[in-house]
Ligand binder design. Sequence first.
Ligand code: UGA
Length: 430
Amino acid sequence: MRISVIGSGYVGLITAAGFAENGHTVICVDVLQEKINAINKKKSPIYEKGLDEILKRVVGKNLTATTDLRKAVMGTDMTFLCVGTPSNGDGSVDLKYVKKASEDIGRVLKEKRGYHVVVVKSTVIPGTTEDVVIPVLERNSGRKVGRDFGVAMNPEFLREGVAIEDFMNPDRIVIGASDKKAGDFVESVYHGFSSPILRTDIKTAEMIKYASNAFLATKISFINEIGNICKKLGIDVYDVAKGIGLDHRISPHFLRAGIGFGGSCFPKDVKALVYKAREIKETPAILNSVLEVNKKQPLKILDIAKKKAGKLKGKRVAVLGLAFKAETDDMRESPAIAIVNELVRKGAKVAAYDPKATENAKAIFGDKIKYARSATEALRGSELALIVTDWIEFKNLNFKEMKKKVVVDGRKAINEDTLPNDVEYEGVCW
Ligand code: UGA
């Protein structure tokens, strides 16, 4: 199949690389020339494990990148819409990129011959594809969906850090389509995947994406709330999570308590669903609580730190980990933001270290904090260490050079069993 992918951000690039790796002919499109140049030079513009290796194999063979959307759509049979859907601040989704791309694709479809399917992969609130994308496509192409071209919604469930693996071996593939022909067309590009394929209508596919992320976010806030109760009762919530996770109806996944969820998806998607629910006069009580628990959770690490180490003012504090999770350089909605800002507000002297996210962190904190080149450098002379991201390299840290060896772990990242006796260790929920 000849596929064009509009938007070479995280989702677009993984999708393009994944389809190319599976033998399809793929053209990536983006408005940013530097991104296109990087891809054509076989260099991924984002950090994602395994992506550079795939680009090395496919670029110049069956994957190319261009800023020319018209050429890309004209030369392909299926177009994946993978543009960003940022938040408007009030929780609602900003559809400007979706609308613009739909207009551009629509104009090309006006002159294109042969069957074409437009597949929305961007995360959009239920109703968006039918109420916004299809009308824009029809208006700009002068053609009719279902008769002249097809539209489908195919949500992504990729996790940063393991996105290639998730693309190649998904738990499920969801295809919501305007009509059977369009759905069959999309299903054919997933030929060879052994995952279950679920065919739905378009709105349902959109909702499956939101409900999945909202459910996972709920699981995290739930275990964090249980963790906060456990902490006061002297119970390790990780033992409790093990106990409940053995029930196959609960499952052991997404029960890692700590300082809460971040990233570009969970916070934004839950807020967007809350916004939509309110708009249609529903009160999303559970989703509201999920967000409330998550807002307070990062600062729990500072409550515990204050109890253990006293006042933060003037204290040198090592913050280990800044990314919203390990194996990524992504700082978006990272719990580290609230923690570092509060430390700075309280007058602490912060030395932060992250194996990958330092450059992105500099754009957020500027010169308000110091950036160490290693965990050891951050720890040197510190009176308190806060573990914010569960990077593997933090498992067996050496705290020898700390001035006072007080360590508060927000992610159960440290191997407690190997800690020397002179380290005072405390977990957020254990
Ligand atoms: C998430 C979903 O897992 C993907 O399925 C989805 O495709 C993606 O959002 C998206 O909508 O694009 P991602 O944001 O990459 O993926 O990260 P996760 O691995 O899900 O972690 C999200 C946050 O939850 C992180 O801050 C992580 O530290 C936290 N988390 C996760 C916990 O605090 N506890 C857990 O048990 C699991």
